[in-house]
Design a binder for this molecule. Structure first.
Ligand code: ZN
Length: 291
């Protein structure tokens, strides 16, 4: 019998979901559910945030204590909705618990706590969680249309309209700030924000204006080229060389650095800090206990 959440299942879900997109069924589903979702969210938010969940936040998600009171209140609301609306599945023997759900939801929602509205992650249906890193079947199209297939060890992955797949060990370590400068959940959900702008991750999430887009491209374009150069010469800095893989990885890695090493990023890459601050509408370098 096939193990639940095997990579084959994940691939199948992605194929099915992208097919339903082609026929418009999922989009219609999103539109149809607008009024219904509003009513359901009001009901979700009418219940108080459980004390157990607060304990999980204090234990496992360092960032929450850094937010202002109003931001903390908004984050709790975002978490309540996120936990209730996603399909959560434990894979590879992981038992799904409130601890797993709250720890992941709070880090994902941290990305959007400064942003207006609550539609940013509506396109995500399922969160699949493995105990540790996992091996996934890899299939991608390379130069000249060659399809590369094989097995690849992963900590997480993100697909538009498909599941977000995460390793629990790494999600927890990121929340507890045990992995300086990196954070798996912020990374994968930054890809999800990126994909809102055209369904492919290209390093540019939806921005408010042509001027903001102009600033984004004129600052991050040259910074990306510099990172590629630096990493080719094995000069490591505050921005992880994984960001030199592609503009999409650059944005995800910058997001991790912005939240996890805001002090050095503001000091050494102030232009990058400014465009990310403008996008996320947060100022983590001013957090009381930032790094
Ligand atoms: Zn990535």
């Amino acid at each position: 019998m096939m193990e639940p959440c095997s990579s084959a299942d994940v691939q199948l879900q992605v194929i099915l979901i992208s097919k339903s997109f082609n026929h418009g069924t999922l989009q219609e589903g999103f539109m149809f559910s607008g009024w219904f979702r509003k009513r359901r969210r009001r009901r979700i938010l009418s219940t108080p945030f459980p004390e157990d969940w607060n304990n999980i936040l204090s234990r496992n998600v360092f960032h929450v204590s850094q937010l202002s009171r109003p931001q903390q209140a908004r984050l709790r609301q975002l978490v309540q909705v996120f936990v209730a609306e996603k399909n959560w599945e434990g894979c590879g023997g992981l038992k799904m618990t409130d601890e797993v759900r709250i720890t992941i939801a709070a880090q994902a929602c941290l990305l959007v706590v400064g942003l207006p509205g609550n539609t940013w992650f509506d396109h995500i249906l399922s969160i699949l969680v493995y105990p540790q890193g996992y091996v996934a079947a890899d299939r991608r199209t390379g130069p000249g249309g060659v399809v590369l297939e094989g097995k690849q060890a992963r900590l997480g992955e993100a697909w538009y309209g498909g599941p977000v797949v995460l390793s629990w060990d790494d999600a927890l370590a990121g929340g507890r700030r045990e992995t300086p400068g990196s954070n798996l959940v912020l990374h994968e959900f930054a890809h999800q924000l990126d994909m809102l702008n055209g369904r492919v991750a290209d390093g540019t999430p939806p921005l408010d204006s042509a001027e903001q887009l102009e600033r984004w491209l004129s600052i991050l374009g040259p910074e990306y080229d510099q990172l590629v150069q630096r990493c080719q010469h094995h000069h490591h800095g505050f921005i992880d060389c994984y960001g030199a893989e592609s503009p999409a990885e650059f944005f995800a890695v910058l997001t991790e650095a912005f939240f996890e090493r805001p002090g050095p990023i503001r000091l050494h890459h102030s232009d990058i800090y400014d465009v990310l601050q403008e996008f996320y509408q947060l100022d983590p370098a001013d957090w009381p206990d930032h790094r």
